[in-house]
Design a protein around this ligand. Structure first.
Ligand code: NI
Length: 133
């Protein structure tokens, strides 16, 4: 029977939101105070699914999963995402886009388990979730 395992990890990053070509007033209307440079302490939760190994009783080696998660967020942690991360030079580093980015980075890194969900909490009041199809 498949079992799901969730591991979480914190990281911090800063960003701004804007639409290229839009005026400052238009961007402020769209994004409010998020047009200004600010930071978040993100909480990443990654859920993988698989069968438990008959010998170890584990779906995935949690140390390996933690390492894969640390590597996935290493280039984001304590960065100005728009400026420092190539992927976000031309797309807004929204919580949605960050979660999608992390999902793609982790997809091939959780074998023999399967990546099911990347949930990213921007703060206590907002989280987004990316699920496999
Ligand atoms: Ni923000």
């Amino acid at each position: 029977m498949p079992v799901r395992v969730t591991k979480q990890l914190e990281f911090a990053a800063s960003h701004t939101y804007s639409v290229p070509g839009a005026s400052q007033a238009e961007n402020e209307k769209l994004f409010g105070p998020c047009v200004r440079h600010h930071g978040h302490n993100y909480m990443l939760q990654v859920t993988v699914e698989g069968e438990t190994d008959a010998r170890t009783g584990m779906v995935v080696n949690v140390t390996d999963l933690k390492k894969a998660m640390q590597e996935a967020v290493a280039e984001l942690d304590h960065r100005h995402l728009n400026r420092d991360v190539e992927h976000f030079r031309e797309r807004n580093p929204t919580t949605e886009n960050i979660a999608l980015y992390i999902f793609e980075k982790l997809r091939s890194r959780v074998a023999p388990a399967r990546l099911r969900t990347v949930r990213l909490h921007e703060d206590e009041s907002l989280s987004v979730e990316v699920n496999d199809a």
